[in-house]
Design a protein around this ligand. Sequence first.
Ligand SMILES: Cc1ncc(COP(=O)(O)O)c(C=O)c1O
Length: 390
Amino acid sequence: MTAEALPQRLKAALADIVTPAYVADEVLLRRNMATAARVRAESGCRILLATKAFALPAVFLLMRDTLDGTTASGLYEARLGHETFGKEVHAYSPAHTEKDLRELLKIADHIYFNSVSQIKRFLPMVRAAGPEKKVGIRVNPGYSNATVGGDLYNPCAPNSRFGVARDELDQLPWDDIDILHVHALCESLHDGSAALIRHVGEKLGAYVKRVKTVNFGGGHFINKPGYDVEVLIQAIKEFRDAHKVDVVLEPGGGLVYDTGYLVATVCDILRNGKDIAILDASASCHMPDVLEVPYTPPVVGAAEPGVHPHDYILGGNTCMTGDVIGSYSFPQPLKVGDKIVFADMMQYSFVKNNSFNGTPLPDLGVLREDGRYEVVRRFTYDDFRNRLGR
Ligand SMILES: Cc1ncc(COP(=O)(O)O)c(C=O)c1O
């Protein structure tokens, strides 16, 4: 990596960063929050952070100014949102258990169900918890433009377990439902967001009439270059005008797109037909989506093989053969001790980490707006040990 290629703020902090480390950059987060603030202000919608994509309480203060709250995938995330973010707490699960729901009702103000049977079974429990609790139902809209990862991330793939299917909608207790929820997008640009909103208006209009709020889920990649937020704003405004309902969005990845890094160090370089650099970071433990999607994450200052003179395969420090991050080219030869900076590493990264092989978990760090680098969590052997029982 050439030092010149590094963003100025990271360059100044790099010497202080003990690797491996995730580094959230507050300046970039604030830039992304400005996009969300515009969508919110100009369309009149509410925006929640889906903490499944990004859960870093150390920067929640900054995000709270803009966003309306958090949405959780289950009890623990809901508790995290309640304790560390505040504001609205929405909670969905493919299937709530009675035990979890009892706890959820103490902290979440919006409870979403996934099926006819769950809502019929638990509606009395939610209503008994008080009139301020809102009830949502996830509907499978039969629309998706999710192409990333094939059907792996397509909530509307054939026989998907997510959301009430169209032919079951009339079995729902609509008089007792406050929110119609759809989640159908993955890393979508504006055309996908607007098409989903139109689709719901056209195909589910009869049900939209029965609720006060429509939640258009996540997958709106509003901060990705090429996403025209004006198109989203107009689509929401038209929907609100036509149906006289409130609109909620709950993006995760789209709020933290390109707001931070995973910084690693070259531990060794070896050759087997090609030059291979082994890092103190791992695809398998620290960048699971690299293997799951799969994709090759951007490295600051590097390019595809053959572009710069020095090609390397970057590999992780685990025993798994497939723990390969990708093939890159660099302007200069790599050497042991060099730092490698992976970009766009805030979404679905540290929230999905594991310590397979006893691989240490990266530090969680924040590059504060004034340029200070602050480690907010350093993991030790005890973290690994304690998960394994006595
Ligand atoms: C119900 C629901 N809402 C919101 C999200 C957030 O999606 P994204 O991070 O793609 O915006 C997801 C992601 O899986 C989801 O399942």
